[in-house]
Design a protein around this ligand. Structure first.
Ligand code: SAM
Length: 220
């Protein structure tokens, strides 16, 4: 699943046609409980699920699957150059790092020539709106151009959650600067069947403004 709209890889085929996934080495970045890696293994691919959070990988282990789980920072991937045919990330790592180019360069390094990296992030336009599912989430309340990160702190003032904003142009420049070719930028539309509200995502907002941006990149 690429985002809360409900667009899944079966429908989107952004990593390739189903028969092309068989036998491919695929790295999932910011895997969480490794839902994508689990699906990829079911298609005959050879996924590796990577996440910074040991706790998330414990969930992945509990749910199961016969593929490696790797606890590491996406900005310093513990793999040799040209180890993977494909890489993917559904809202993993990239929104949470101050320097996304580090991650993109690392992903490019571990991909084989011609390899594809598909990643989804919150659509940058959402930064300008309150994160509310109702009508209050439809009025601009902040500057789209303000790159100050969103930070939640604990009682001692330590950052416990951080999200970094990049404009759409920033993201395109990051992808190109890391040595990728941008093949597509997908903005999934909210489908009629999806009546779920989740955080700031809802059918109301989804029918009016995009919520997810999916970047399809290739290593030349
Ligand atoms: C919003 S969750 C997405 C999880 C999963 N991809 C999904 O679709 O449910 C973001 C994940 O990125 C991981 N993450 C954040 N920063 C990271 C980093 N620098 N390196 C690797 N993983 C990171 C988090 O631990 C978290 O599991």
């Amino acid at each position: 699943m690429w985002g809360p709209e409900g667009l899944d890889e079966v429908e989107a085929e952004l990593l390739g046609r189903p028969e092309e996934l068989k036998g491919k080495d695929v790295l999932e970045i910011g895997a969480g409980a490794a839902q994508c890696a689990r699906w990829l293994a079911g298609q005959g691919a050879r996924p590796v699920a990577l996440d910074l959070s040991h706790r998330q990988l414990q969930h992945a282990l509990r749910i199961g699957g016969s593929f490696p789980l790797v606890c590491a920072d996406a900005s310093a991937l513990p793999f040799a150059d040209a180890s993977f045919d494909l890489a993917c990330s559904a809202y993993g790592a990239l929104p949470f790092v101050a320097d996304p180019r580090l991650v993109l360069r690392e992903v490019r390094r571990v991909l084989r020539p011609g390899g594809r990296f598909v990643f989804s992030v919150t659509h940058p336009i959402r930064w300008a709106f309150p994160d509310e599912p109702g009508p209050e989430g439809l009025s601009v309340s902040a500057s789209y151009f303000d790159r100050t990160p969103y930070v939640e702190q604990d009682d001692e003032g330590r950052a416990v959650y951080v999200e970094h904003h990049r404009t759409l142009g920033d993201r395109v420049r990051d992808v190109v600067a890391a040595g990728f070719r941008l093949v597509d930028l997908v903005e999934p539309e909210w489908p009629a069947w999806n009546t779920a509200e989740w955080g700031g995502w809802s059918p109301l907002r989804g029918s009016l403004i995009p919520g997810t941006a999916i970047f399809v990149c290739e290593r030349d």
